[in-house]
Design a protein around this ligand. Structure first.
Ligand code: TMP
Length: 212
């Protein structure tokens, strides 16, 4: 059986990743493929507990950046072994809402942890499991802020440690994504995510169809 494919979705907050994953998944399924949708941190029972610690648990407030790095990668190590590798071996298309580029962007870029140390923790967590294609859904920060404000008006935000970060943090995150896209232009494709979901979905499809 042919090996499956791992497609990861990346970007700052409110870039529309979950909508685009759903739309791509529908399109791939209607083309007869078996699709598995996953998210990070999380995606396994243990990983979802780690996600709660990382995002919302009051005990996680003020955690050291190093702790954050290790927890993200503990969740990832589990997801890779429990779900991603078995899915790829079964020939599935795996769509993952964030993967290791988020760690480079947020823990190295945003938090300022040493890039080489971050890389070695990621390598330990994922081994030889790498995305075939990564889509960076890029939206100007002003648009992301408008979307976040709209979302929080609909569903009052659970206290989210990341969404509460300062603007300078998100500027560093975006710069780190831009550096990743420049370093690996074949794998990390930039998607203009400013627009209605159908238009963005066509841009996503164009990349997926031309790369896979
Ligand atoms: P999200 O599911 O709403 O995108 O929330 C996940 C948050 O965790 C988001 O703010 C990005 C952050 N994150 C990291 O800081 N490092 C990582 O490695 C991952 C996967 C996510």
């Amino acid at each position: 059986m042919a090996r499956g494919r791992l497609i990861t979705f990346e970007g700052g907050e409110a870039g529309g990743k979950s909508t685009q994953i759903r739309l791509l998944s529908e399109r791939l399924r209607s083309a007869g493929m078996v699709v598995r949708e996953l998210r990070e941190p999380g995606g396994t029972p243990l990983g979802e507990k780690i996600r709660h610690l990382l995002k919302h648990d009051p005990d996680g407030r003020g955690m050291a950046a190093e702790t954050e790095l290790l927890l993200m990668n503990a969740s990832r190590a589990e997801l890779v072994r429990q779900s991603i590798r078995p899915a790829l071996a079964a020939g599935e298309m795996v769509l993952c809402d964030r993967f290791y580029d988020s760690t480079t962007a947020y823990q190295a870029g945003g938090r300022g942890l040493d890039g080489a140390a971050v890389r070695s923790v990621i390598d330990f967590a994922v081994g030889d499991t790498h995305p075939d294609l990564t889509l960076w859904l890029r939206v100007p920060r002003e648009i992301a802020l408008q979307r976040l404000a709209g979302r929080n008006a609909l569903t009052p935000s659970l206290d989210d440690r990341f969404e509460a970060e300062k603007e300078a943090f998100f500027e560093r995150v975006d710069e780190a994504y831009a550096a990743l896209a420049a370093a690996e232009p074949q794998r990390v494709r930039i998607i203009d995510a400013n627009g209605d979901p159908g238009t963005v979905a066509e841009r996503v499809w164009h990349e997926v169809a031309s790369q896979l």
